[in-house]
Design a binder for this molecule. Structure first.
Ligand SMILES: Cc1cc2nc3c(=O)[nH]c(=O)nc-3n(C[C@H](O)[C@H](O)[C@H](O)COP(=O)(O)OP(=O)(O)OC[C@H]3O[C@@H](n4cnc5c(N)ncnc54)[C@H](O)[C@@H]3O)c2cc1C
Length: 411
């Protein structure tokens, strides 16, 4: 059995550490904060079993023009992102089209199809049932045209991937969701997806399982990682700790560490915002307002609005125009009430140019492993890729063929 350092205690790192410690390894999980306090805290809390295809780069001249003039709520951008991320974003656009997209989507689906099965035992062991709702979410359509088009896509996806879905017309939706303030064309209900009413707390509970199994949780700075002897060491508040192996699971911060080790991968972030509201009218489940590109989710802290993608450097100052717009749009449909926080929360989805996470050994460093780049579904996928990583490090055959996700694909 080995000594292993896992860097980053988001959903991905915490799940990796848990799977490793349960295989008998001595594992130290290191983060500069408590587990689940960054991206894995602020997301929409969905374990997205229906997300069998990754988000492609949006198509259409109309979309591009609206995005260019900042009139598109799905996307905002800072021009300052271009020097560092233009190449990766252009590759992302290319990989979102035929013939590249289909095999990438196939590989993505191979991970997603295990998400609820892998979360289920951890949720049970963590006594976290009260955080979970297993009744899916709605894609809501204001326009008849988008409802018709998206219903066709949903039928294809449901049939090809064996997913359940229900198409609900506007009149039926108004009856079943009395808190919807105005009529819409309809909604698609994806019942296979699970919703977590406090995503950060679920990570905290998985981290508790890790500690109960004998793992150590330490506060430390991953940028102090250095090769030492036959392994790796990191500076923590408890001194320098060592391991034969180290796993990089730093989500959107992985790129900075990788660069210091000489890896230049086509990574970028899609930032996103959220804010909670003291809504007096409960929502039955999350709604994605598909014509306006935001999600509202009933959470423990209030109704959470999450936004689409902002292409910007990870540390650039917040520009929450999408959140303010989304709030305006959401108030057309729901009684939101007053905001809970004075300022919106900001996070960053860790993205790769080929829409797949990076899972496997580092190409040029013995004992170093990568598990990052889960983009829009890292909260969903943490236990899946965490198990794969633990199996690989332990010399077992991973339960999903790791070939499409290997780091070598980037050279
Ligand atoms: C608005 C929004 C909505 C989303 N909705 C969903 C959703 O509904 N479902 C879903 O599956 N996904 C969703 N996502 C994506 C999901 O949140 C991410 O893919 C996922 O949280 C990534 O997890 P992670 O563990 O890789 O990264 P993180 O959760 O960010 O964890 C990385 C950890 O590394 C630590 N770290 C960073 N630098 C250092 C350092 N130098 N030293 C020590 N520690 C360090 C951080 O403190 C952090 O704890 C959403 C994202 C956003 C922004």
């Amino acid at each position: 059995m080995s000594q292993i350092l896992v860097l980053g205690a988001g959903m991905v790192g915490t799940s990796t550490a848990l799977h490793l410690v349960r295989r008998g390894h001595e594992v130290i999980l290191i983060d500069r904060r408590a587990p689940g306090h960054e991206t894995s805290y602020g997301n929409a809390g969905m374990i997205q079993r229906e997300a069998m295809e990754p988000y492609p780069f949006p198509e259409g001249l109309g979309f591009m023009l609206r995005a260019a003039f900042k009139a598109e709520n799905a996307v905002n951008y800072h021009p300052s992102v271009l020097p560092s991320a233009a190449a990766a974003i252009c590759q992302y656009r290319r990989n979102s089209r035929p013939p590249h997209y289909a095999p990438l989507a196939e590989a993505y689906g191979k991970l997603i199809e295990h998400c609820t099965d892998e979360h289920a035992p951890l949720i049970a062991q963590a006594n976290a049932e009260e955080l979970i709702s297993r009744d899916g979410y709605y894609h809501l359509y204001r326009s008849r045209e988008t409802f018709r088009k998206e219903s066709e896509t949903a039928r294809r996806l449901a049939q090809e991937k064996g997913l359940k879905h229900h198409e609900i017309d506007g009149a039926t939706l108004a009856e079943t969701e009395p808190n919807l303030r105005r009529g819409v064309a309809g909604a698609i209900h994806w019942p296979d997806t699970w919703v977590v009413s406090n995503p950060g707390d679920l990570v905290t509970r998985y981290a508790r399982l890790f500690e109960e199994a004998g793992g150590r949780l330490l506060v430390g700075d991953a940028t102090t990682l250095k090769a030492e002897g036959a392994g790796w060491s990191v500076q923590t508040e408890d001194g320098r700790v060592q391991g034969e192996h180290a796993v990089v699971a730093l989500g959107p911060w992985s790129d900075a560490l990788l660069r210091s080790l000489g890896y230049r991968y086509p990574l970028f972030v899609k930032r996103g915002y959220h804010r909670h509201y003291r809504s007096p009218a409960p929502l039955s489940r999350p709604f994605m307002d598909s014509d306006r590109s935001y999600v509202v989710i009933p959470m423990q802290q209030g109704v959470r609005i999450t936004t689409g993608a902002e292409l910007a450097p990870i540390n650039a100052p917040s520009t929450p125009i999408q959140l303010y717009r989304s709030e305006r749009y959401a108030r057309e449909l729901f009684d939101l009430g007053e905001p809970v926080e004075t300022e919106p929360w900001r996070g960053a989805r860790p993205c790769t140019s080929d829409l797949l996470p990076v899972i496997g050994p580092a190409p040029r460093h013995q004992g170093l492993w990568f598990n990052f780049g889960h983009a829009h579904q890292g909260f969903t996928l943490g236990p899946v890729t965490g198990r794969m990583m633990a199996e690989m490090i332990s010399g077992e055959a991973p339960f999903i063929d790791p070939t499409p996700y290997r780091a070598e694909r980037f050279g």
